[in-house]
Design a protein. Structure first.
Length: 253
């Protein structure tokens, strides 16, 4: 039995006041989400504030990105895995489609980030997913397979994947209000699990694979009810405590 996860990706949203208010709301309602691992991923600059506010709460803290180089050094504007640990983060989103498509992160760079994060004791939330034109031209499995292979081809890849959570996020469904149908999502989740089974059946059975892409309180239960969907990575709806908690409750039921 895989424990469901609901993770909120706040992206570049927030202020000190917003963080206080949102986390107060989430803390109040999270007790009704028994059995679900709840994670919030604020922008870097609010991690410290969020860690203080979440002390003692059943809500874990994650970051949205990290530098592929660990330790310290001349990497202007970057944040290392050690710094994230120091701030109290236990998870980090790696390879979100916005990082891949706006900032040009390659499959190889994403793989490196996942390896570095896992080696530092962080849980990578590894995002994979196809663009609309890739889906429409029947390349979904090829793209997702290639993104996973970038990690699996590395010597440390399987070990990093064992410590990771995978998020399948069709790019055409992110922030668009256009959700994959539960069947469309399930098909890709099953494909990912089958791909992992080629490495090890244990890895495949234990891997938690989240769906992300316009998950809302109204569609969460149906998506989470599919056999290979183990929760969600939530963007827009994670910015409203009521909506986020409703999605967490859907994962609990
Ligand atoms: C995301 O950015 O990971 C995401 C799934 O966003 P949204 O829920 O807003 O589509």
């Amino acid at each position: 039995m895989r424990r469901p996860i609901v993770a909120g990706n706040w992206k570049m949203h927030g202020s000190r006041a917003f963080v206080s208010e949102l986390l107060a709301g989430i803390k109040e309602g999270v007790t009704a989400c028994e059995g679900v691992e709840v994670i919030v991923c604020p922008p870097f600059v609010y991690l410290d504030q969020a860690a203080s506010l979440l002390e003692g709460a059943r809500v874990a803290l994650g970051a949205q990105n990290l530098c592929q180089v660990s330790g310290q050094g001349a990497y202007t504007g970057e944040i290392s895995c050690d710094m994230l640990r120091d701030m109290g983060a236990g998870h980090v989103i790696v390879g979100h489609s916005e990082r891949r498509n706006i900032y040009g992160e390659s499959d190889a760079l994403v793989a490196e980030k996942a390896i570095v994060a896992a080696a530092a004791g962080l849980t990578p939330i590894l995002c994979v997913g196809e663009l609309l034109e890739e889906r429409e031209s029947g390349q979904t499995e090829q793209v997702v397979g290639r993104q996973l292979d970038a990690l699996l081809q590395r010597e440390e890849g399987a070990a990093a994947l064992e410590k990771s959570v995978i998020a399948y996020e069709p790019v055409w469904a992110i922030g668009t209000g256009r959700t994959a149908t539960p069947e469309q999502a399930q098909e890709v989740h099953a494909y990912i699990r089958q791909r992992l089974a080629q490495i090890s059946q244990n890895l495949a059975d234990g891997a938690r694979i989240l769906y992300g892409g316009s998950v809302k309180p109204g569609n969460a239960a149906e998506l989470f009810g599919m056999a290979d969907i183990d929760g969600g990575l939530i963007g827009g709806a994670s910015l409203k405590a009521g909506d986020f908690l409703a999605i967490c409750r859907a994962a609990a039921s």
